[in-house]
Design a protein around this ligand. Sequence first.
Ligand code: PBG
Length: 367
Amino acid sequence: MTTGLHPLGGGGLRRPAVGWYSVPHRVPTSGGPPGLGAGYPAARPRRLRRTPALRRLVAETRLSVDDLVAPLFVADGLDDPRPVPSMPGVVQHTVESLVIESKRLGSLGVPGIILFGLPRPEDKDATGSAALRPDGITQRALAAVREAVGDSVVVMADCCLDEFTDHGHCGVVDQATGEVDNDATVDLYARLALTLADAGAQVIAPSGMMDGQVAAIRGALDAAGNGQTAILAYAAKYASALYGPFRDAAEVTIAEGGDRKGYQQDFRNRREALVEVALDVAEGADMVMVKPALAYLDVIADVHAAVEVPVAAYHVSGEYAMVKAAAANGWIDGPGVALEQLTAVKRAGADFILTYFAGEVAEVLGG
Ligand code: PBG
C-alpha cells in the first residue's frame, strides 16, 4: 500500500465524466448511469460477475442444444464415409452412416438436421436433372432418415441445384447471356421441392437466391397436398468467400472461375437484406435465414427486429474451418471459441443456428 493516494489522483478526486456517463440527456444529475443511482464507487457492475451461479442467473443469452441444426452431407456411390479435408470432423456420409449419425444427433437432443445430397460426378448435367429423381440420393437419404428418426428430429432438405449441375451454378444457365435464368430455375426448384417433401422432408430450405422461389415452392407444395411442409427460406444469403470448404465437401466448382454475385447478395449491403426477407415472408416463408453468421450479426439483429417468424442463422463452412484450423495449431481454444461464436449469433437475434459444431456442442451442453 502507498499513502492511500489513488494512482489516478487519490480518494478525493471525482472520476471524470467520460463515455456514455457523459451523454447529457440520459444522465441523472447524480452522475450515475441510468437506473443505477449513483455512479462509481457505489455502482459496481462486477458484483454480478463474481461467481458462476451469479453469472448463470443474470445471463442474457442462453445457448442450448435446442438451438442447433446439423448440416449433413450424403453422397451417392460411396462405400464408406469420406472425410472432408477442409472441415475436420465432417464427412460425406453413405446413406447407412447418415442414418446412424442422425440417430446419434437425435439422442444428443439436437432438434434438427439439414441434408445436402451429392450425386456421382457422372450424374451431373446442365440442368441438375439428377436432383429431381424420386430415387435420387437426397430422396433416398431422406426416406431412410425419416424411417429411422420419425418425428423425433426435424428433417430439413436444402433445395438447390448446384451440387447437381456440371457448371456448379445454382440453376440453369441461359446460354445467350451466360446468366442464371431465374424463372426457369424457379420452376425446377418447385419440382425439386415436391420430390423432397414426398421423400419425407418436413422443411424445405431453398438456398438458390432466385426471385420468387419461395412463392413457387409454396404453391407447388400446396397444390400437391403438402400443405404441412414448412419452408425455411435462405432469405438473406450473401455471396461469401466463407463457402469455400462447403464447395470442397459438396464437390462443387463453378465453371470458368465464376461466382454467385449475380444472384446472392452483395456483402456491402445491409438494408437490402430486409427487402429479401420481407419478400420471402410475403411469399409464404415460415422461417427465414441469414447466412453466413458472424460477419453478418448486424443483419441478424435487423432481421430479428423486422419479422415475427423464427430467424435462423447459418454458421457456414468457412467459419467452422477457421476455428478448427486455428485450434489444430494450438492458437485458440477451439470449443471455447465455438461456444463464444454461436452464443454471439444467438445474442444478435438468431432463434436457431445451422452449424457443423452441432454434435460437438451438444455433447458439451448436454441434452
Ligand atoms: C447452395 C449452398 C451453399 C451453402 C449452402 N447451400 C453454397 C453456395 O451458395 O455456394 C454453403 C454452406 C456452407 O458454406 O457451409 N446449395
